[in-house]
Design a protein around this ligand. Structure first.
Ligand code: GDP
Length: 418
C-alpha cells in the first residue's frame, strides 16, 4: 500500500461544546475504532442504564490506549483516503502551547468548536488567540449542536458573523464554517439532510482540503554551521541540513556575515564516493571553492533565497523559568547553532497558559505564561519566520545555564534607529 501522508490537527473548544462527541463521531463514522468497540460501549451503556453517547466512545477509546502503551494519550490517529490524521486533543492548553513552541508537537491545522445554542464564549475567543499565537493559519470552525436551534440557518449565520469578525482582528481567516450536530452526525462524515441550505463541505471533506505545509526537502536550503574543521589544509564546514538540499556547485550565502562561495565538495565519512548532494535531516560536511572566514552559528542558504537577518524581531514565547523573564536583563538566545546575548525589549501581551486569560503585567513574564514580545539581540541573527521554516524559526532562551523558555519567530523588525 502507498504510504499515507501524516497530517496533524488540533481540536479546541469551550468545555461542553461537544468536542469529545465530535471526535467519537468522526472515529465511528470513518470505521477507525477498534473492531467491536462501538458495540461494546453500547452494551456497557445498556447494562448501566445510561443513554449511549458518542463522547463515551472516545473516552473509553482513550482509556484503552492508555492501558495498552503509555504514549501521549492526547493523540489518536485515523486514516481517511490518502492521509493518516493525528488528532491532537488539547485538554491542557499549557502542555499544548509548551509542546508546540518547543517543537515537540506540530499542529498543521485546527478545528474550532462552538455550540450553536450558547454561541461565542470568552473561551472561544481565547482559543482563536492561542491559534494565532502559534501561527496556525488553517482553521475550520464547527458550529455544533445545530439540532438545538432547529437546524436554523439564521442562528448559524449569526454565530459565523460574530466569530468571523473576531478572528479577522487576529488576522485569522477560517477556510470554512460548518453547521453540524456531532450527536446526530450531521455534516461530520455525512452531509446533513436537515440543513439543505448548507452547500459547503462536511467536516471530513474539510480535513482533506487542508494543505500540507511544505517541509524538509521542499523548503529552501538552510544549513546552520555547527563547526569548522581544518583538515589537510582544507576547511570543512560541518552541520545538519535543516531544510532543502545542499548540492555541489551551489552558490551559497552565509548569514549574517553575507559572505558567498561555491560548494566544491560534500564530505561524508565511510562512503567510497562522495555524494553530490545531501537533503534535509542529514548531517554532513562540505568544502568551498575559496577560503572565506565562516563561523559557527551562521546559516548557509542559496543566494536567491536567504533567511532574514535582524537584531530585532517579534516572537511568541513560553516561559518556564523559576524566576520571571524580565525586561532590561541579559539572557542567551539559541537559534539553530547560533548563541547570542538578548534582551526583552517589549511585552506586547501576556496570557496565562492554563486558563488562556490575559494578564496585566507588561514588565515581566512569570512561569507558565505565554507572551507576545519584541526581542532585541546584541548582534544581528539569521532566522526565518516560524511559518516559513520551523527549524530556523524557533529558539530557546537560556538563563544561567538552563533553558528557561522557548519561542517562535513571527516577524523580523527593523532597527529602531533606522
Ligand atoms: P466536550 O466537553 O466539548 O468534550 O463536550 P462533550 O462531547 O462531552 O459534550 C457535552 C454535552 O453536549 C454532552 O451531553 C453531549 O451529548 C452534548 N452534545 C454534543 N454534541 C451535541 C450535539 O450535536 N447536539 C446536542 N443536542 N448535544 C450535543
Amino acid at each position: 500500500a502507498p504510504e499515507r501522508e501524516n497530517f496533524q490537527i488540533v481540536f479546541v473548544g469551550h468545555v461542553d461544546h461537544g468536542k469529545s462527541t465530535l471526535l467519537g463521531r468522526l472515529y465511528a463514522d470513518t470505521d477507525s475504532l477498534p473492531v467491536g468497540h462501538l458495540d461494546k460501549v453500547r452494551d456497557i451503556c445498556a447494562k448501566q442504564g445510561k443513554v449511549f453517547e458518542y463522547a463515551f466512545l472516545f473516552d473509553a477509546f482513550l482509556e484503552e490506549q492508555e492501558q495498552g502503551i503509555t504514549i501521549d494519550t492526547a493523540r489518536t490517529f485515523f486514516n481517511w483516503e490518502n492521509r493518516q490524521y493525528t488528532i491532537i486533543d488539547a485538554p491542557g492548553h499549557k502542555e499544548f502551547l509548551k509542546n508546540m513552541i518547543s517543537g515537540a508537537a506540530r499542529a498543521e491545522a485546527a478545528v474550532l468548536l462552538i455550540d450553536a445554542a450558547e454561541g461565542v464564549q470568552e473561551q472561544s475567543r481565547r482559543h482563536g488567540y492561542m491559534l494565532s499565537l502559534l501561527g496556525i493559519r488553517q482553521v475550520v470552525v464547527v458550529v455544533n449542536k445545530m439540532d438545538l436551534v432547529g437546524y436554523n440557518e439564521a442562528a448559524f449565520a449569526a454565530v459565523e458573523a460574530e466569530y468571523r469578525q473576531f478572528l479577522r482582528g487576529l488576522h485569522l481567516e477560517p477556510q470554512r464554517f460548518i453547521p453540524a450536530s456531532a450527536r446526530n452526525g450531521d455534516n461530520v462524515a455525512q452531509k446533513s439532510a436537515h440543513m439543505p441550505w448548507y452547500r459547503g463541505a462536511t467536516l471530513l471533506e474539510s480535513l482533506n482540503h487542508f494543505v500540507k505545509p511544505p517541509q524538509g526537502a521542499d523548503l529552501p536550503l538552510r544549513f546552520p554551521i555547527q563547526d569548522v574543521y581544518k583538515f589537510d589544509f582544507r576547511r570543512i564546514l560541518a552541520g545538519r541540513v535543516e531544510a532543502g538540499e545542499l548540492r555541489v556547485g551551489d552558490t551559497l550565502v552565509f548569514s549574517p556575515s553575507n559572505k558567498t562561495a561555491v560548494v566544491k565538495s560534500i564530505e561524508a565519512f565511510n562512503v567510497p564516493i562522495p555524494p553530490q548532494s545531501v537533503s534535509a535531516g542529514r548531517s554532513s560536511g562540505f568544502t568551498l571553492d575559496e577560503q572565506i572566514f565562516v563561523e559557527r552559528g551562521e546559516i548557509a542558504s542559496l543566494r536567491e533565497c536567504p533567511p532574514e537577518v535582524s537584531d530585532r524581531f517579534r516572537a511568541n514565547i513560553f516561559w518556564m523559568g523559576k524566576t520571571p523573564l524580565q525586561k532590561k536583563k541579559k539572557y542567551l538566545l539559541r537559534l539553530a547553532t547560533k548563541e547570542v546575548v538578548m534582551e526583552l525589549e517589549e511585552i506586547i501581551e501576556t496570557i496565562d497558559a492554563s486558563s488562556l486569560s490575559p494578564l496585566t503585567s507588561k514588565e515581566l513574564i512569570e512561569k507558565d505564561d505565554v507572551a507576545e514580545v519584541i526581542i532585541k539581540t546584541k548582534t544581528p541573527v539569521a532566522f526565518d519566520r516560524y511559518s516559513d521554516c520551523t527549524p530556523t524559526g524557533r529558539f530557546v532562551i537560556i538563563a544561567g545555564y538552563d533553558i528557561c523558555g522557548g519561542g517562535i519567530v513571527m516577524e523580523p523588525l527593523k532597527d529602531e534607529q533606522e
